[in-house]
Design a protein. Structure first.
Length: 179
C-alpha cells in the first residue's frame, strides 16, 4: 500500500486578513483586526477535505483604529497580551458541505481552549505571476468572548451594556502551495 504524501500550504500574510466585529452599546458595531498572524495547512487531497490546519495570531497586533481601546484590549482585563501573547487554532476536522466546508477545531484564547465550528468558502486556486499555486478561503463564524475568559463588562450610567458577548469572525486567507 503506497503512503500518501502530504502537501503543505503556508499562509500568505500579504494577501490575508483577520477581522472581528463586536457590538458596542448594543447599537453599533466596532470592527477590528489583527495585523500579525501565521498559519499553514497540510492536505492529502486537491479538494482539501480532512486538511490539517493550524493558525496563530499575535495579540499585540490588535488594531481597532483607536489606540486607547487597543491598549485596553491588550491589558489583563481582556487578552492579557503580556502573559498570553498568542491566540491559536488547530483543526480537528475539515469537511466538505456542498460547495463549501465546515471547519471544526480548538481555539485557544488567554489559556482557555474550546472547540468551535466555522464556515469556510473556498474561493478557488490559481497560479500567481511567479508560478506559485495559491488557494483562497473565506472563513466566518461567531464565538462568545466570555467562553474564553474575556469577561470584562462595562455598564453605562444609563444601564446600557458597553460591549456585546458575541464576536463575529471574518477571516480571508490565501495559502501558497509549497513545492
Amino acid at each position: 500500500m503506497a503512503t500518501q504524501t502530504l502537501t503543505k500550504w503556508v499562509l500568505d500574510p500579504m494577501h490575508s486578513e483577520v477581522q472581528f466585529k463586536v457590538k458596542h452599546l448594543v447599537i453599533s458595531t466596532v470592527t477590528g483586526k489583527f495585523k500579525s498572524f501565521e498559519g499553514e495547512l497540510e492536505t492529502e487531497n486537491d479538494d482539501f477535505v480532512d486538511a490539517n490546519i493550524s493558525f496563530s495570531l499575535d495579540v499585540d497586533s490588535i488594531d481597532t483604529t483607536q489606540e486607547q481601546r487597543d491598549g485596553h484590549l491588550k491589558s489583563a482585563e481582556f487578552f492579557d497580551a503580556e502573559n498570553f501573547p498568542k491566540i491559536s487554532f488547530k483543526s480537528t476536522s475539515f469537511t466538505k458541505d456542498g460547495d463549501d466546508y465546515t471547519l471544526v477545531g480548538d481555539l485557544t484564547i488567554k489559556g482557555v481552549t474550546k472547540s468551535i465550528t466555522l464556515d469556510v468558502e473556498h474561493g478557488g486556486s490559481a497560479a500567481d505571476f511567479y508560478g506559485n499555486t495559491k488557494a483562497g478561503f473565506e472563513i466566518t463564524g461567531k464565538i462568545n468572548r466570555k467562553d474564553f475568559g474575556l469577561t470584562w463588562d462595562g455598564v453605562t450610567e444609563a444601564g446600557s451594556v458597553v460591549l456585546g458577548s458575541d464576536i463575529k469572525l471574518d477571516i480571508n486567507v490565501q495559502f501558497t502551495k509549497q513545492v
